[in-house]
Design a protein around this ligand. Structure first.
Ligand SMILES: O=C[C@H](O)COP(=O)(O)O
Length: 243
């Protein structure tokens, strides 16, 4: 079980093995609106700024205060270069907002190991860090062990190029299965995302990740930079229930 912020918010238990729904939102009114749909994690990001575009920390802090522990919250630190001091600074700033999880994209190039080494003390100090690997960047799945070693709480697979299709289109099923099983083996929270559509949900649920993450599928015309759409959100919720 993962307890954060003194344990008043609890991520789902590994024993339960139910897949939760992570919903990405970009502003306070969207966060309050998605709360009504009883999602499992509210993920704060600015989709117009990239795959893991960040919201400014003042906005994040305001949303954390408004949600007031009713749902776990994650936030991204942006599409940043893999320079240890740049990432550590962004993570430290984001941690001050009180979010439960901080998502860090591991983009091609740069100093991955140096970044992990620099983040390890923050993880040891209690920050719940989630590494994000990109399925359309030929992810080396053996790197999952390095996240565990650095003290990360979990790892997500997402896509960088949102026009490249949904995760099951860019990564073969056996690679997705291998990723989930590697995370389980290492007792890391495991998330799958990447332009997922409601039709992708049943097959991915069979892999039993801890979370499936969505932005585009929750929006008008499946446009991740557009507004949330209640019918689209309900279609995703329904696919979860039927899966
Ligand atoms: O963390 C999940 C992402 O926000 C997924 O965004 P997307 O569904 O538009 O690829």
């Amino acid at each position: 079980m993962v307890l954060v912020n003194g344990g008043h918010r609890t991520a789902q238990t590994r024993e339960k093995r139910m897949t939760g729904m992570l919903a990405s939102v970009s502003k306070l009114d969207e966060a309050l609106r998605i709360l009504n749909f009883e999602v499992d994690i509210i993920d704060l990001k600015q989709p117009s700024q990239g795959a893991l575009g960040a919201l400014d920390t003042m906005t994040v802090a305001r949303i954390v205060k408004a949600i007031n522990g009713q749902c776990p919250i994650s936030a991204t630190v942006g599409d940043l270069p893999m320079i240890p001091e740049v990432i550590v600074s962004a993570v430290t700033d984001m941690a001050a907002t009180g979010v439960d999880y901080i998502k860090i994209g591991f983009f091609p190039g740069g100093d991955w190991q140096g970044t992990l080494d620099a983040l390890a003390p923050l993880a040891q100090a209690g920050l719940a860090l989630i590494g994000v690997l990109f399925a359309d960047n030929e992810p080396e799945l053996h790197t999952v062990a390095a996240f565990k070693k650095a003290g990360f709480k979990g790892v997500m697979l997402d896509t960088m190029d949102k026009s490249s299709g949904s995760l099951p289109h860019v990564l073969p099923d056996d690679a997705i299965a291998e990723f989930v099983s590697k995370c389980n083996e290492l007792n890391l929270l495991c998330g799958l995302a990447g332009s997922l559509r409601a039709v992708d949900i049943p097959d991915l649920l069979r892999r039993k990740p801890d979370y499936l993450g969505f932005r585009g599928a929750l929006c008008r015309r499946h446009d991740r930079t557009s507004h949330l759409d209640d019918d689209a959100i309900l279609a995703v919720k329904k696919a979860f229930l039927q899966g």
